[in-house]
Design a protein. Structure first.
Length: 192
């Protein structure tokens, strides 16, 4: 049981943990789930047909409605797993093809960019010396396979780790449904 001091401390901490407060921060945070589209559920007639076909393959020729529903859950999870894996493969292919997702910075700071523009187009220098160009921290992508793909995977690894959550969720859902189908089948065998 939590003491009154702990409860008060928890409430103080909760007031401080409210997420971003600025308009731009809230707008950026609101787009977190839209990076790859995996949070949006799939719903289409084509998807429903695929689920039914796969569910019938999993459940077999049973008429047990619970088994069929569990098979549908397993089929949906399997199709979701395939979708996550396609997204991962597409990210790796894109990274191997282009070498990066972001546009490299040309200048070390916005101040250097303004100084370059002023110098280039207006002939005005804001300070002695020249504007500092940014150094690209990423080395050039290797030109030969498999080194190119390996470098692409290395660069995209943080994003792949984030996608692992969706993959493990789908695997757990599929495995749970399959275990329940097996339990029901074992009970049916024992009873008959």
């Amino acid at each position: 049981m939590a003491s009154q001091r702990q409860i008060a401390a928890n409430r103080r901490n909760a007031r401080n943990s409210t997420g971003p407060r600025s308009t731009s921060g809230r707008k950026r945070a609101s787009q977190n789930s839209l990076r790859h589209g995996l949070t949006k559920p799939i719903s289409s007639a084509e998807f429903d047909r695929e689920v039914e076909t796969l569910a019938r393959q999993i459940a077999g020729d049973t008429e047990d409605k619970i088994k069929i529903e569990l098979a549908r859950d397993a089929a949906e999870a399997e199709l979701e797993l395939a979708r996550v894996r396609r997204v991962k493969a597409a990210l790796i292919e894109r990274m191997a093809a282009f070498g990066r997702f972001d546009v490299p910075k040309l200048f070390q700071s916005p101040k250097d960019e303004v100084a370059w523009i002023m110098q280039r187009y207006f002939g005005a220098t804001l300070w002695k010396g020249t504007p500092k160009f940014a150094v690209d921290p990423l080395p050039a992508m290797p030109s030969q396979e498999p080194q190119r793909t390996a470098e692409g995977v290395r660069r995209i690894l943080p994003d792949l780790i984030k996608l692992h959550r969706y993959e493990s969720r789908a695997v757990a859902r599929r495995d749970r449904a399959i275990r329940e189908i097996i339990k029901r089948s074992a009970k049916d065998l024992v009873q008959s």
